[in-house]
Ligand binder design. Structure first.
Ligand code: CO
Length: 164
């Protein structure tokens, strides 16, 4: 069973490597990622969040399941911002400015090239997960004092969990 990696683990700040080999091992890994994501009630999960520094993420938004490998953004439209959460930051929500829609290309777990248009929550989720592949986290744009407040909250959360 894969284990969720929590901030500030260094793997969350590393640029992930492209996937070069498709096959049953990759498909099995993706299935395990879905298990972890559903168990944690997430809508997106990137491979670095389970300790694997590869350019893979998964999404399950508005009934659509996406496996995204070696993604490329083709074009971006508009701006939007909502309070986002992240499975690597339990209990933390941060409002992040994003593009409101985007055209993208990626491979699925079978190695098939997919061209996709996303908007609303799917677009936001895609950008959030893509940031994980570039070692970026949704708190990166915050002030030093906001970050240190979040670190304290995460510490407290961790202690609470250890006591349970
Ligand atoms: Co996240």
């Amino acid at each position: 069973m894969l284990k969720l990696v929590l901030y500030p683990d260094p793997v969350l700040e590393k640029v992930a490597e492209p996937v070069v080999e498709f096959g049953p091992e990759l498909e099995e890994f993706v299935e395990q990622m879905f298990e972890v994501m559903h168990k944690s009630n997430g809508i997106g999960l990137a491979a670095p969040q389970v300790g694997v520094s590869k350019r893979i993420f998964i999404m399950y938004v508005q009934g659509k399941r996406r496996v995204v490998i070696n993604p490329k953004v083709v074009s971006l439209f508009g701006t939007t911002a909502i309070e986002e959460g992240c499975l690597s930051f339990p209990g933390i929500n941060v409002k992040v400015s994003r593009s409101s829609a985007l055209a993208v290309e990626y491979f699925n777990e079978k190695g098939v090239l997919i061209r996709d248009m996303l908007d609303n929550l799917s677009a936001i989720c895609f950008q959030h997960e893509l940031d994980h592949l570039d070692g970026k986290n949704f708190i990166d744009g915050l002030s030093a004092s906001a970050k240190s407040y979040i670190m304290k909250r995460l510490e407290r959360e961790k202690k609470n969990r250890e006591q349970q």
